[in-house]
Design a protein around this ligand. Structure first.
Ligand SMILES: Nc1nc2c(c(=O)[nH]1)N[C@H]1C(S)=C(S)[C@@H](COP(=O)(O)OP(=O)(O)OC[C@H]3O[C@@H](n4cnc5c(N)ncnc54)[C@H](O)[C@@H]3O)O[C@H]1N2
Ligand code: MOO
Length: 420
């Protein structure tokens, strides 16, 4: 086990808490400037403007049923045994621009969505007739106004149908389209490069010689970026060679809004990310009072993109993403709701925690809503190399820094990582 118990109290003086680091990160990341996008391309993005209806919605009175447009006064008292015949003088499919004159004693065959002719005050569904095309027998009396959809009953011209700041999910795209918008001002999705570092890393599927492991972080982090609404470019693994890393950073930086690196941020002799980026005065490297995820780097490259330099241990990288990168990417994309849903759940087992550091324990959440229980996803607790077990987790239990132990039965705050 590599659980580190090196949380020397003296380190607290120099270390940032999770809350402090998150506040600094969120303060530093820009909300990306609004761009006009087609409705297709706006899906899932945050609206940067109100969308108002160009016309009344519906734009004209229309039929809610396939049937006959009638004068209800013609049909008072009709019944199965005493039907009334009306002369059919027009046929009105949806899309018809016709506005035929319909006198008393007459009707128009009309389809759902077709405009109601002037003077008509009811539609008789086809089921209440003999479906005639020259004359029609009506068996049931409609009430005045029956099956009419009135112009503007959904929205008046100028009414707001989408508010700035809302996420353009499918129903809002439809509302914008119905309001006449073919494009909308949105905050674009952040473009994010995901780079793993480490000479021990090989692409998954390749045979491993002694000392090598598959690069899992670039898959973890690029998928996490995508789930957070970003556009991820998975660069894969760069060896522990400062020149190689510099070359990749210089090539990629102009094309992205953010970079998520993993590995090489600790105090080892070959910690390449720290070696290349720490000299920049736009970068911070330092310990955060959390476990896992202690060593973190954050800042900007001279070319502009925000850089997250996460620790290489896979659980540490994941927890760091959840704690800092995900909220930051959401903010860049214009979201105001930045945090995972949390629940209170009862611990099924006991474990120790590093006093003085916020612990993020991967857990499996079970039980009915409101009565959830959690158990650790990995037998080794939150040790930061336990990537295989991390795959079982559906949440992260967040244990405050003042605790040094969780007991079975304790009520814990849990970030639910399987839902937004
Ligand atoms: N003397 C000290 N050693 C370490 C400390 C410390 O304070 N003093 N901190 C430990 C902690 S905590 C962490 S977390 C790690 C962070 O180290 P690095 O960010 O420098 O990461 P690496 O050394 O490059 O890798 C750590 C570990 O993770 C594996 N790894 C890296 N990248 C990937 C990847 N893309 N996919 C899968 N696995 C990856 C790597 O092979 C190492 O096993 O430092 C501790 N050490
Ligand atoms: O736990 Mo380190 O703090 O990120 O393995």
């Amino acid at each position: 086990m590599t659980r580190d118990d090196d949380c020397a109290p003296s380190a607290r003086v120099y270390s940032r808490t999770v809350a402090e680091h998150l506040a600094i990160v969120l303060d530093a990341v820009p909300v990306l400037g609004a761009e006009r996008r087609s409705l297709d391309a706006a899906r899932g993005l945050v609206a940067a403007e109100d969308v108002r209806s160009a016309t009344a919605t519906p734009p004209f009175d229309n039929s809610a049923m396939d049937g006959y447009a009638v004068h209800s006064a013609d049909l008072r008292g009709v019944s199965e045994s005493a039907p009334v015949a009306l002369v059919v003088v027009a046929d009105l499919p949806a899309g018809s621009a016709d506005n035929p004159t319909i006198d008393f004693g007459q009707a128009a065959r009309i389809m759902t969505g077709a405009p109601i002719p002037d003077g008509i005050d009811a539609v008789v569904p086809i089921e209440h007739t003999d479906e005639g095309t020259a004359t029609v027998l009506v068996f049931r009396p409609p009430r005045a106004g029956a099956h009419l959809r009135r112009a503007g009953e959904d929205a008046a011209a100028g009414d707001r149908v989408v508010s700035a700041g809302s996420v353009m999910w499918p129903t809002r795209l439809a509302a914008a389209a119905s309001a006449g918008a073919d494009a909308i001002l949105v905050h674009p999705a952040p473009r994010v490069a995901v780079i793993s570092t480490g000479s021990e890393l090989v692409a998954p599927g390749h045979p491993l010689r002694r000392g090598q492991i598959p690069d899992s972080n670039s898959f973890l982090l690029s998928a996490a970026v995508t789930e957070a609404g970003g556009v991820a470019t998975r660069i894969g693994a760069v060896p522990d060679d400062p020149d190689a890393l510099r070359e990749v950073l210089a090539r990629i930086a102009p094309t992205v809004d953010a970079m998520v690196l993993s590995g090489g941020v600790s105090v080892g002799a070959f910690d390449v990310v720290k070696a290349v980026l720490a000299p920049l005065d736009t970068m911070f490297f330092g310990p955060i009072l959390m476990q896992p995820g202690k060593p973190q780097g954050f800042g900007r490259l001279p070319q502009g993109p925000v850089v997250f330099a996460l620790p290489g241990n896979p659980v540490s990288a994941y927890v760091s993403f959840e704690a800092f990168v995900r909220p930051a990417l959401l903010r860049m994309a214009g979201h105001t709701s930045l945090h995972r849903r949390t629940i209170t759940a009862v611990a099924d087992d006991a474990w120790t925690c590093p006093a003085g550091r916020m612990q993020y324990m991967p857990v499996v959440v079970e039980g009915e809503p409101g009565r959830e229980r959690v158990k650790r996803a990995t037998s080794g607790g939150s040790s930061s190399h336990l990537i295989a077990g991390l795959g079982r987790s559906t949440g992260l239990a967040v244990i405050p820094e003042q605790l040094d132990r969780v007991e079975a039965g304790d009520r814990l705050t849990v970030m639910v990582t399987t839902s937004p």
